[in-house]
Design a protein around this ligand. Sequence first.
Ligand SMILES: Cc1ncc(C[n+]2csc(CCOP(=O)(O)OP(=O)(O)O)c2C)c(N)n1
Length: 704
Amino acid sequence: MRERHAVVRPLHREADHAPTRVDWSRVAYRVLVSRALDELEETRLFPKREVLYQFSARGHELTQALLGEHLTGAHDGVAAYYRSRPLLLSLGLSVEHALASTMMRAGSISEGRDIGIVFNLPRTRDVTVLPACGGVGTQYTPAVGWAQALTYRANTLHDTEFSGCIALAHGGDASVATNGFWAALTIATTEQLPVLIFIEDNGYGISVPGIQQTPGGNIAANLGSFRNLRVFDGDGTDPQTASVLIADAVATVRQWKGPALIHLQVPRLSGHSGQDTQTYKSAATIASERARDPLAKLKAFVVPERLTAEAWAGLEQQARTEVEEALARVQQMPPPDPRRVTRHVFSEKDANGRIELQRQGGLAPDGHVHAPSSTQVKPQPSRINMLTAIRRTLELELSVNPKLVIFGEDVGPKGGVHAATLGLQEKFGRTRVFDTSLSEEGIIGRAVGMAIAGLMPVPEIQFRKYADSAAEQINDCGSLRWRTANRFAAPMVVRIPGGFFKCGDPWHSQTNEVQWVHGIGWRVAVPSNAEDAVGLLRAALRGNDPTMFFEHRAMLDGAWARRPYPGDQFVVPFGVARTIRPGNQLTVVTWGALVERCEAAATRSGIDAEILDLRTLMPWDKSAVLASVTKTRRCLIVHEDNGTAGFGAEIAAMLAKEAFFSLDAPIERLTMPDIPSPHSPNLLEAVVPSVESIAQTMRTVAEL
Ligand SMILES: Cc1ncc(C[n+]2csc(CCOP(=O)(O)OP(=O)(O)O)c2C)c(N)n1
């Protein structure tokens, strides 16, 4: 033990020392296979453009092969990045699959949809590798979400299989400057989660040196006194040092004593990617990096003490042969089929009507059976407001679905700044309804990790504008099913209030719902009243896709939006508009808070308008709009979001194409002008479509 203290540099005094059980022959083989793969790609496949993106792991292989030795928990979860291939090979990714991915073949990890170096491994009883992203730092918050799901499944659902399993976030030295890193660090240390942050420091983020990513260039040194974090630091090229440090770090986290960070220095022996010629490094720097090649150091460490020279040569030969044989097989594989490239954006059914389930993520792959649902309204005598409708639906779903968790800023004891979660923590406890740190990236990224771990996360973003800080996680969550060719999905329901209330302002009042419609893979609900809010929210909470549930602030307690509670089973299918008022003179298409105004405007204008409340924008009810416009021959679209590229433009484009010969007048849009929401009520009233301005526009369009 003492000797090991002499070689390793654990910054944390209480580092727990685990026995190092390393199969050096296996580690050597994995290092050699990774090196042979990079060699093949760098010298033969990349120059011939058979591989278009080459991210060499030369210099990073030893640390990752050693780490693979310790990731043995049945539910360990790894959030990897683009330089994680040696780790993936250690966790069971075959050489053939790895090559098929970079060579963009059918049947590979993403079927040629994503760069072949961002991997994933769906698993039910082995280490899961969460879908990696191209964005630096995006891996961290899903990793802490996975860690929290482990503790939830073990401690709250009492599934002992999850005890002692860990999450691992793998990144480079530049990634410690990202929002995701700090969001995850805060969550992990405040919640004391079993996550190991594994930083491989090759000194550069492409060309920018590490001293510009963290002061002094060593994140471990800087985090030495960070509360609730154990820190390990050392030379990742020295087999003995790296082996002991990694064993200790993993063992500490496995005991569920809290998170740890390990920082290991390694050389990057190739350019950042195939295109990078490293002109920013001096010849001396390159030479000193080569002198630290962990492969050479590993050979010196194991031969002859642990392996004979012949055995080492045999491993080298075997690794080259394995890679060449894999190449020969991959070259026989067909390229991906372009006819399939638009598939798997959302959960889909096959030709026989059966859902083509993702292999991992969400409740469905675990065979979860939801409580009965019905599209029939069972109205209760008294009316409730939309806020109560949302709260009641959340409460019912929490009670029938133990895998559902609600979280966000202030949603706990306070019950949310809009009171939608009032009393829920008291009733269901703080593991199921909890406050989070103030980081929207942290909230959504954590939800992604939890969803992949088989829970149904229901994060709240306090106001629409503040979803901006989570934009990267939202985008990556939406594209996750497509990127992984349906191997993974992360169904969740993100509740976001927004829109004008009594006043406006640029921070709390925008809607900008079109952003998610334009994004990939999100279903978008925009209910206008309490009944639809119940039905759409329940459908979303029992759905198999990520959903944005927009709660309009003006409708939460608005009198018009109050409706009888439609029952505990009530669901509203997405993509079905509601006809608020039948009419023959003009079709008005709207949603959210402006449905009420359009209805009042129809009465005021005296126009026989047919009003459609879309209720959901993704999917949206094209056929209802088309049928109505074909009948009335005129269309007015009214929305609160800005006009330019608002969702009204999409509706108008569809009608221009599909209803051109049915139209007696140009399609009209009435929207906010292209400005943020103004604060003063008189300014607000002047720009949000009002009953009067809608009525006037109805008359104009009807009379054209
Ligand atoms: C959010 C984001 N910004 C920029 C990039 C472009 N980019 C790709 S890798 C990289 C450097 C990352 O360096 P580091 O985290 O140290 O990992 P390494 O590549 O050295 O292994 C940059 C700037 C990106 N992929 N994502």
